[in-house]
Design a protein. Structure first.
Length: 429
């Protein structure tokens, strides 16, 4: 018997290969053939007394080789273990016959490698740049316009549809004079210019009036999420039921008061409030970007080997979480695949990558916690409860007493936040 051991580090698995060939294997094949012949049962003959010509007729090469495999597989398994290789299994080896012929037998034993974790360093990565962020005037204006939209007055109009108008209408779409699935609706509400429909649809409605029935010709985009509609010309039959113009409130102090935010009673204060919110969001995005890049740099500089089976388990957990999010959006995985153009394999590949990153991040956090000291005081816990309470619409004290989130969970989150803050401070420029 011959033995070979190898590590497939990219997958975190090990492989033992046992090869039996030459006279050793032909001897096993002969023993298997004799054993099978002795056990062969044919009506009219006792076991072991079947004539040679009938034996040859009933014993195919495949049967003999499978019998030889059964004779040798446990011995090959034991032989591999006795080699005392430095490639040792973390999980039970799974045998796979890679070759079974009259000349050669090859058995592979695959297994997870024991996790190997060496974090060389987690500070001093100055190759990652910390970007400065700020709220742009156009972003502030856009956010304030969205606030104005909440207080807009919609008035029915008889004149033609304009951009910004809200239209209530029925429609039915046809491709090659045939209706298609999902192409029909009644009393549909659409703001013209919102981009809710395919390119050309909303612009094509401009000028239509309430009470009219019109045909609208459009072409589906070449990258449309439904395969059979990609690039197809279509005709939509529309029945315009109502057109409403949008009247926005004036941009003044009264708007700031109507929004009813604590301490905001002037337009200047509203702009400052909106600017601070945008800046805070951008800072959070930049912070997350930096930490994400930093973790990948730490991984590159370290030796982190996580068994593939553990990553698969985490990926399956992420898949379940992903499906729950889709359900919350009233969508299933089939619809998501149609709209995104992704296959099941594409989705799982991305989830596997995310799972690997998540596990590696956890390893890095643990390494920092093993070397650094982070204290949590009662005031920090109460402040965290207050932040979390706002998400539930209750005060922090009530949330804490209700035990909807345990103090242990709050402490764990605070410690993780401090680890990230530490890493942000000690790395980058």
């Amino acid at each position: 018997m011959k033995f070979k051991a190898e590590k497939i580090l990219a997958k975190g698995i090990g492989k033992w290969t046992v090869t039996i060939d030459g006279k050793e294997w032909t001897d096993y094949v002969k023993k298997a053939e004799q054993k099978a012949a002795n056990e062969l049962e044919i009506p009219g003959f006792r076991k072991g007394k079947v004539p040679a010509d009938l034996i040859k007729k009933h014993l195919t090469e495949a049967k003999i080789l499978n019998s030889a495999h059964r004779l040798v597989v446990n011995k090959a398994y034991e032989f591999a273990f006795n080699q005392k290789s430095d490639v040792q299994p973390f999980s039970s080896p799974v045998p796979t016959v890679k070759k079974l012929s009259k000349e050669e037998y090859i058995l592979e034993l695959d297994f997870d490698l024991k996790p190997e974790i060496t974090i060389n360093r987690y500070t001093g990565f100055d190759n990652i740049k910390k970007e400065k962020v700020g709220a742009k005037k156009e972003d502030i204006d856009r956010s304030i316009d969205q606030l104005r939209d909440r207080f807009a007055i919609h008035k029915p109009k008889d004149s033609g549809i304009e951009k910004g108008d809200t239209v209530i209408f029925d429609f039915e779409g046809f491709v090659n004079n045939e209706p298609f699935k999902g192409g029909k609706a009644t009393d549909f509400t659409l703001e013209i210019g919102s981009g809710q429909f395919i390119p050309g649809f909303e612009d094509g409605m401009i000028g239509f009036k309430s009470g009219e029935e019109r045909d609208l010709q459009v072409t589906f985009p070449a990258d449309y999420h439904i395969e059979e509609l990609k690039g197809q010309p279509a005709v939509f039959k529309l029945k315009i039921k109502e057109v409403k113009s949008k009247e926005l409130p004036e941009l003044n102090d009264d708007l700031a008061k109507d929004i009813n935010l604590k301490g905001i009673d002037t337009l200047a204060k509203l702009r400052e409030h909106v600017e601070n919110n945008i800046k805070e969001q951008l800072q959070k995005q930049e912070y997350d970007r930096f930490i994400g890049l930093l973790f990948r740099e730490i991984v590159k500089d370290s030796n982190i080997l996580i068994p593939e089976s553990i990553i698969k388990k985490e990926a399956n957990q992420l898949k379940n979480e992903f499906k729950q999010k889709l359900t919350a959006q009233q969508m299933d995985i089939k619809t998501y695949k149609e709209r995104s153009g992704l296959t099941e394999e594409d989705i799982y590949e991305e989830l596997f990558k995310d799972a690997k990153n998540r596990l590696e991040n956890g390893v890095i956090v643990d390494a920092v916690l093993n070397k650094e000291k982070f204290d949590i005081n009662p005031t920090e816990i109460d402040e965290q409860y207050e932040k979390l309470g706002k998400q539930f619409g209750i005060d922090g004290k009530t949330l804490k007493e209700a035990k909807l989130i345990s103090e242990e969970q709050v402490k764990e989150q605070l410690i993780h936040d401090k680890v990230f803050a530490f890493l942000y401070e000690k790395n980058g420029k």
